[in-house]
Design a protein around this ligand. Structure first.
Ligand SMILES: [Zn+2]
Length: 53
């Protein structure tokens, strides 16, 4: 998990790869490694704007 600033309102955006993704990687190994290629998505806690880094 990581905190970045929202490009729209400069508020706090929460995102990154959560525990769920890591869990999926482990239980579906080695195919699950493909989940690591998915770009982490961030969601602004202030305006709800979604974006990728
Ligand atoms: Zn925002």
């Amino acid at each position: 998990m990581a905190w970045v600033s929202c490009p729209q309102c400069q508020g706090k955006a929460k995102g990154g790869r959560g525990c769920l993704i890591i869990f999926l990687v482990i239980i579906t190994f080695p195919i699950g490694l493909l989940f690591l290629l998915v770009k982490p998505t961030f969601v602004c806690t202030k305006c709800g704007f979604k974006f990728n880094t």
